[in-house]
Design a protein around this ligand. Structure first.
Ligand SMILES: NC(=O)C1=CN([C@@H]2O[C@H](COP(=O)(O)OP(=O)(O)OC[C@H]3O[C@@H](n4cnc5c(N)ncnc54)[C@H](OP(=O)(O)O)[C@@H]3O)[C@@H](O)[C@H]2O)[C@@H](O)CC1
Ligand SMILES: [K+]
Length: 502
């Protein structure tokens, strides 16, 4: 698990390391720049003409050190200092002078003096010390960087981007690659701001890890190595009842495939017994395509109108392909009150709750809701930006004592204890029909297995994304379909079951 720290916490971490290692702040800058160059050279193994654009703070100081290191490697470097008419920070000045010992610097007082004709731009204008949106000369410089056809690699942060808030004004570098120091920043994980970051990599600059032991953060990144393997232990004398009984309530005319995908995902995720409740129209297809499932048939042909006898189940997954017929809406209330265990609630079940907002308070505590942004907005209202939305997800998870999984490029899992976890697996090939249904199946299986619902959601989302990453390796992103995730699940679970999966 990687803790996400604020810019202010990172500054204190910096100082803590300087004091406790001990190391001078200038040597720490040198170490960070060496780590940056080392990673850069793993990807670009031929010498380029590079423009390094430096600002007045320590980010600029990194820029000068990086420029010097690249010259030592035989690169042709044009180094520019943007002159905002302010004093350089002490370490930036030191780094600048050290660079001047070997090469000249182009001082830029007006954007017209900035000639970016190299094959690569290294953006070291501003980092985590950005104190206001980049306008005026700063904005013009950033615009020039963005207009250049050269690829841009940002140092620590794309210049103009805040580490932990969303800009509404000012320009921001649109990086192709951001090499960031020690930890990813919150804004990398939010759609509007993450857009500017491009691909990102974290380099270890040796900040003292003891600092993290006492520093708390509500935000973290959930990684494969955080997967709780106790969810997957199967003992020799166990019987299928030990591995959970799932009821999947899913499907309507034209959407029986969603019932298939979610049910099969639950079975592939280790469920002992699975019953799928579907309208009559789905009986033949489901029975044929998924013989491992028990099928419960609704009295209605095209939609679901009643669900009885739920006591025997350990978990209910509800929503995939359900449709929004008002008669289906009516079953939610009785289901929420009769089934007093947490459920996995997705898709049209969420839309039905949005149509009758009082239902949200009846949802069994600890249940997992898996909305995408559209469903979330329908349920809880629109937000001005992604950061505000995450704050809202967090406060709803606390207030309603629910686990909210907000699906996206970095799916957010907000748990009732007020923690927000960003998932680290998955890819854009998964933005396609049916992938959400598979997730509902996986999470339902883990809840039925007895996992607490926060863990089930975090692990479920991570496994789902991991399956997507393996599927991408086989079929690529364009052709990826939800059924490819089902095909990839066995490989994911065999990795998890083996002792060396990380
Ligand atoms: N994390 C670590 O441990 C390590 C971090 N390191 C590096 O330090 C970086 C942070 O450095 P930093 O704090 O000096 O801030 P930085 O981003 O260079 O900018 C500050 C300068 O920009 C100015 N300025 C701000 N906004 C502006 C605007 N809109 N328009 C115009 N001017 C603006 C601001 O002026 P002021 O706000 O004072 O008016 C000040 O002069 C960090 O990202 C990483 O690269 C490594 O070296 C070592 C280890
Ligand atoms: K930068």
């Amino acid at each position: 698990m990687i803790k996400i720290l604020s810019a202010e916490q990172i500054r204190r971490w910096d100082l803590y390391t300087i004091k406790n290692e001990p190391i001078s702040s200038f040597d720490l800058m040198e170490r960070a720049s060496e780590a940056f160059v080392k990673l850069l050279l793993t990807k670009i193994n031929h010498k380029l003409n590079v423009d390094v654009v430096c600002g007045p703070g320590n980010n600029g100081g990194d820029g000068f050190a990086i420029a010097r290191l690249l010259i030592e490697k035989g690169w042709k470097v044009n180094c520019h200092l943007i002159d905002f008419g302010v004093k350089l920070s002490e370490d930036c000045r030191k780094s600048y002078r050290k660079y001047l010992d070997i090469c000249q610097v182009n001082i830029v007082k007006q954007y017209k003096e900035l000639d970016l004709s190299g094959e690569l731009i290294i953006d070291a204008v501003f980092g985590s010390g950005l104190s206001r949106p980049a306008t005026g000369l700063a904005g013009e410089v950033i615009q020039l960087i963005n207009q250049s056809s050269a690829k841009t690699v940002s140092v620590d942060m794309p210049s103009g981007l805040f580490a932990d808030k969303v800009n509404l004004t000012g320009r921001i570098v649109e990086a192709d690659w951001t090499i960031t120091f020690q930890v990813p920043k919150l804004s990398f994980l939010i759609p509007e701001s993450g857009f500017y970051v491009g691909e990102w990599s974290v380099v270890d600059i040796g900040l003292d890890l003891n600092f993290l032991k006492t520093e708390s953060s509500d935000y973290s990144i959930f990684e494969k190595s955080d997967i709780d393997r106790s969810l997957f232990i199967r003992k020799k004398y166990d019987h299928k009842g030990k591995y959970g009984r799932v009821l999947m309530v899913a499907g309507s005319l034209g959407k029986i495939g969603a019932a298939y995908l979610s049910s099969k995902a639950a079975l592939k995720s280790g469920t002992g017994l699975l019953t799928v409740h579907i309208p009559k129209v789905g009986y033949g297809p489901i029975q044929t395509s998924l013989p491992e499932a028990m099928v419960s048939i609704d009295s209605e042909k095209e939609f679901i109108s009643q669900v009885d006898n739920v006591d025997a189940f350990d978990a209910i997954g509800i929503g995939p392909g359900l449709g929004t017929n008002p008669k289906t809406g009516k079953i939610l209330k009785s289901l929420f009150t009769s089934f007093n265990k947490p459920m996995a609630i997705d898709a049209d079940a969420l839309n039905l709750i949005a149509l009758d907002k009082e239902l949200i308070d009846l949802v069994p505590k600890g249940s997992v809701l898996t909305p995408h942004i559209g469903e979330f907005n329908r349920l809880f209202g629109e937000c001005d930006n992604g950061l505000e939305r995450i704050e809202k997800v967090k406060s709803i998870a606390i207030e309603k004592q629910l686990v909210i999984v907000l699906k996206g490029a970095h799916t957010v899992i907000a748990t009732p204890d007020g923690k927000v976890h960003f998932n680290s697996t998955g890819n854009s090939g998964m933005a396609t029909a049916g992938c959400g249904d598979v997730l509902t199946g996986i999470i339902s299986a883990f809840i039925a297995r007895g996992g607490d619902t926060s863990t089930s959601a975090k692990v479920g989302v991570c496994i789902h994304g991991w399956a997507g990453d393996l599927a991408e390796k086989t079929v690529g992103k364009t052709a990826l379909m939800a059924s490819d995730l089902l095909s990839a699940l066995p490989k994911v679970f065999s990795n998890v079951e083996s002792s060396d999966f990380i």
